[in-house]
Design a protein around this ligand. Sequence first.
Ligand SMILES: C[S@@+](CC[C@H](N)C(=O)[O-])C[C@H]1O[C@@H](n2cnc3c(N)ncnc32)[C@H](O)[C@@H]1O
Length: 306
Amino acid sequence: MNGKAPHIVQYQGSKRILAPQMLPYMPKRFDRLVEPFAGMAAITIAVAKAGRAKRYLINDLNKPLVDILRLAIESPHELIAEYTSVWSEQFTYKDGSVEHYYKVRDDFNKGNQSAANMLYLLARCVKGSVRYGSNGQFNQSPDKRRHGTSPKNMRLNIDAISYYLKGRAQFMSKDYREVLEEALPGDIVYMDPPYQGVSNVRDCRYYSGIEFADFIDAIDQLNRRHIDFLISYDGKCGDKHYGEDLPSELGLQKVLLNAGLSSQSILLGKKEVTFEALYISRGLQQYLPRPTESEPLYSLFEAPAI
Ligand SMILES: C[S@@+](CC[C@H](N)C(=O)[O-])C[C@H]1O[C@@H](n2cnc3c(N)ncnc32)[C@H](O)[C@@H]1O
């Protein structure tokens, strides 16, 4: 894949930087990519850019996120026009754009959850991190140093994404288990659930948590139905491990992808590289580089530029 894949907005937890290390574990050509925890769909976009799948199923429980993707792909000009209108309005505010952000956030929480409003909030909020309070209200603060991606840059990315995916994508906004029921042999499922550290907390960084036992059961079902998949599941930075490993009975191979220097460790003067775990289903293990030592394998594919 040449160059980074386009993206709509910097979404917290995005796998955009890791995409070039994941694609080699997928077949050269396949029927359909199913992404039950799509977020801003970094892997779907990277796979579509490389022309690897014929069709794509994009799902996220957070419906306004899926609405952004649907409009970006199916009607990019409509989304850009609406975003331009919301984004430009901030400069008409005498007391500064922060106040404008709160006005849009209030509108959103009162029910105006248009794709353009959600996109503006995502583009302007701290770390592109979607946070909801226990009352279900979007409660993330604005990043005071930024006005949010300009419509001009947004257009370049959205036009490219639409070019790769228009007419090939199906959209859903359901719990991942319902989406997995739709998967068929020949599909590749890519799953990137919320981090274990934030699972089961309602007002967490992500929209909802998932139960570990349910997730293991869902993976077991995929194995039984002969459906191949890749799963991003926690990782390690320096000596620190995050989260529980997936059980060995599932027959998955774990590799660690190089996610670059962790910004936290740079702040502490330690310069530790973060690794993110990728679990590979049986049918995709033929694409693994030959291991020289016992688990875990480190990806032999190109690491991201640091
Ligand atoms: C780590 S993020 C995915 C990031 C994505 N890979 C990207 O590159 O943008 C996890 C996503 O799972 C979604 N999610 C949480 N619980 C879910 C559930 N039960 N079913 C489907 N999606 C869920 C969240 O809304 C969040 O967008």
